[in-house]
Ligand binder design. Structure first.
Ligand SMILES: CCCCCCCCCCCCCC(=O)SCCNC(=O)CCNC(=O)[C@H](O)C(C)(C)COP(=O)(O)OP(=O)(O)OC[C@H]1O[C@@H](n2cnc3c(N)ncnc32)[C@H](O)[C@@H]1OP(=O)(O)O
Ligand SMILES: [Mg+2]
Length: 243
């Protein structure tokens, strides 16, 4: 093997090892699995390209009933055959972009989010190979692209968007516009998807982003969990009062 190639491989392994160690500290395992909400999972597929971590994202097909044309991670609703949130994420990633489950090194589950249909959405983080060639299922996915993970703490084009959930919870959403040099296209990443991408970047880089966040960076584990629990409480109170 050429010396340069060997160096590249060593660099890649060390980037991955650093990320793995950080991510394992934030693994929630099945701690939120008992919550009485409908469930979905997404896969946050990480790869090393040109010495940097990148995230793979998809654009939803325009024919989908839910969130057509929006950027999201491969993922979907849990089905009865799934053993856990990891199973759901891997099954959906295979269906949507042709990623074989055995080609994913699953690292952890992060704090969940709640989508606009009040699904509990669990992000599953995994490494994939940088040579992965997606084969998008056109019924569900119209495009696949990658973004350097650093973009989610140091964006060139960023906006914050206020939002209010049906349960009356106020918050802010991140919105990134990413000019993809590979596709020569711009993609807008916002809402729940941006929320997960930012959290992943904070966990791995532990650097202050160039925009405001709702977490205490010095207590990221506890502040992300209490952020989620507040949101969950507002959804749950509302659900109870509707019964
Ligand atoms: C700490 C907590 C924080 C919370 C966050 C606060 C910050 C901000 C939060 C802001 C929150 C505000 C939120 C914002 O504003 S977010 C605005 C930006 N958008 C997003 O971020 C996207 C978020 N959504 C998702 O990631 C997904 O929707 C999730 C993962 C939730 C569900 O997954 P998904 O939707 O992908 O489910 P699926 O893959 O099982 O199924 C999809 C559909 O496809 C159909 N289908 C399947 N197979 C086929 C086929 N072969 N041929 C044809 N069709 C097929 C199938 O029947 C289904 O249809 P339907 O049944 O839906 O009609
Ligand atoms: Mg899906």
């Amino acid at each position: 093997m050429a010396a340069e190639e060997h160096e590249g491989e060593q660099e890649r392994d060390s980037i991955k090892e650093k990320a793995r160690l950080r991510l394992r500290e934030f693994d929630v395992r099945d701690r939120f699995s008992h919550l009485p909400l409908a469930r979905a999972s997404v896969l946050l597929p990480l790869m090393v390209r040109a010495g940097k971590l990148h995230l793979l994202l998809t654009v939803r097909s325009m024919q989908l009933r839910r969130s057509p044309g929006e950027v999201c991670f491969p993922g979907g609703k849990s089905d009865a055959t799934d053993k856990d949130e990891i199973d759901t994420a891997l099954r959906e990633a295979k269906e949507e972009v042709g990623l074989q489950p055995e080609k994913v090194e699953v690292i952890c589950r992060l704090v969940p989010g709640i989508d606009k249909m009040n699904y509990l959405v669990t992000p599953v983080v995994g490494f994939i190979e940088d040579t992965f060639q997606p084969s998008p299922n056109p019924d569900e996915v119209s495009n696949v692209f990658v973004v350097p993970l650093e973009y989610f703490i140091k964006p060139l084009n960023y906006q914050t968007v206020p939002y209010k959930t049906s349960s009356g919870y106020h918050g802010r959403m991140h919105s990134f516009t990413y000019d993809d040099p590979e596709h020569k296209m711009s993609f807008r990443i916002w809402g729940l998807t941006a929320h997960f991408a930012v959290f992943l970047a904070l966990v791995i880089f532990r650097r202050r982003p160039t925009f405001e966040i709702d977490y205490d960076l010095d207590n990221l584990i506890s502040s992300s969990e209490s952020y989620f629990m507040n949101l969950y409480a507002s959804v749950y109170e509302r659900k109870k009062s509707n019964i």
